[in-house]
Write a protein that binds this ligand. Structure first.
Ligand code: GDP
Length: 363
């Protein structure tokens, strides 16, 4: 017997049978998943400027799922005719240069002139789960609550080519949604600048004064890409050093070969925090656009960029197709060991595995 206390021989308390325990998971619970809108619905929503639809389409662009990739491509294709009508501005500077503070005020300044603004980012080192350092809404407090601003963090970590392509495609979607100003932010320390440069019309480099080394680890190549150099934190005691840095940058720029656009990059000082010198920066950017509109460079550069992105996309698809092949991945691991053990040369190893890959593709 389960409970001897319940035997009639016992005089004490009896035990009631317990209650069967309930499952901890509610069996009636069904996660509510919003059905995925059709491509036509998304395109229609984007063209209407619907932020929810835009965000969902950007999520598809960023997805690693091949089905999502295919859907995203369909949406992009349909949005392309309505894209291209924006000013695309790249903004870079080393961490701490004041990019987020500056974008917050630059963005509000741009929006005070009307229109809409999308702030995107390229940061291949960021992982969304760890909290992307770029494009994070908390970093651009005032701008992020502006109804005409759309702020999107960097696509999560991946190959630079992959991350950059996603941002490039997001630009198309944002433009189709009526965003006529696009900022693309990047950390001014490495490779991503070339990628950003290849998708923007104007490249703005944020620098600091008074840190000793005036070039602050910014590679010469990045300075050469800049259409404008702006020295931040020109406030308080720092005004003098900022002006000194301005003179130094100006003379450094004179040593560079003339730019393809025929535009002479300008150097200005400002304070993002105290919001000083902001209209002057925008006057410079307006002058640049007037210059490149007049001499045809604007169109020429956009065409060069379109060609560049065609090849970049081909490269990326080829790489992905190769490395994502499970058989190749297994073979590569073995081959790598052989190369490390000096049993086969790198070139022979590469040739052999590529030959096998191409052979499977010809079937
Ligand atoms: P980011 O890492 O390039 O995005 O830089 P942040 O915008 O986060 O700025 C780094 C630090 O510099 C923050 O503590 C800001 O408050 C400060 N800062 C940014 N702009 C200015 C400025 O114009 N003047 C001064 N004095 N400090 C600034």
């Amino acid at each position: 017997m389960e409970h001897p206390e319940n035997d009639s021989q016992y005089a004490g308390l009896t035990v009631n049978s317990g209650v069967t325990s309930q499952p901890t998971v509610n069996p009636y619970f069904r996660p509510r998943r919003k059905p995925m809108p059709s491509v036509a619905e998304m395109v229609e929503g984007i063209l209407r400027g619907d932020i929810t639809m835009l965000s969902r389409a950007v999520t598809l662009v960023e997805s690693v799922n091949p089905d999502h990739y295919a859907l995203a491509q369909e949406i992009i294709e349909k949005c392309l005719p309505s894209s291209g009508r924006s000013r695309r501005i790249g903004i870079t500077g080393v961490p701490g240069a004041g990019k987020s503070t500056s974008i917050d005020i630059f963005g509000r300044h741009v929006l005070s002139r009307g229109g809409k603004l999308a702030v995107l980012a390229i940061d291949p080192s960021s992982e969304r789960t760890k909290g992307s350092i770029l494009g994070d809404k908390t970093r651009m407090e005032k701008l992020s609550t502006h109804p005409s601003a759309f702020i999107r963090p960097s696509p999560s970590a991946g190959s630079l080519g992959g991350v950059a392509r996603k941002t490039r495609e997001t630009i198309v979607l944002c433009e189709a949604a009526g965003y006529n100003n696009i900022f693309v932010e990047t950390v001014g320390v490495g490779q991503s600048e070339t990628a950003v440069h290849s998708m923007v019309d104007f490249f703005l480099l944020i620098q600091l004064a008074g840190t000793g080394d005036e070039l602050q680890g910014i590679k010469r190549g990045i300075m050469e890409m800049a259409d404008g150099i702006v020295i931040n934190k020109a406030d308080g005691d720092n005004v003098g050093p900022a002006q000194l840095a301005q003179a130094q940058f100006r003379s450094a720029l004179r040593l560079f070969p003339p730019t393809e656009s025929g535009w002479q990059p300008e150097v200005l000082t400002y304070s993002g925090y105290f919001e000083l010198g902001i209209p002057e920066i925008w006057d410079m950017i307006d002058r640049y656009f007037a210059h490149v509109d007049a001499n045809g460079y604007f169109e020429r550069k956009r065409m060069q960029q379109a060609r560049y992105w065609m090849y970049e996309t081909i490269d990326e698809r080829l790489r992905r197709d190769f490395y994502d092949d499970p058989a190749i991945a297994v073979e590569l691991a073995g081959l790598e060991q052989k190369v490390l053990a000096n049993r086969v040369s790198s070139f022979i190893a590469a040739r052999d595995i590529l030959n096998r890959y191409f052979a499977t593709r010809q079937k």
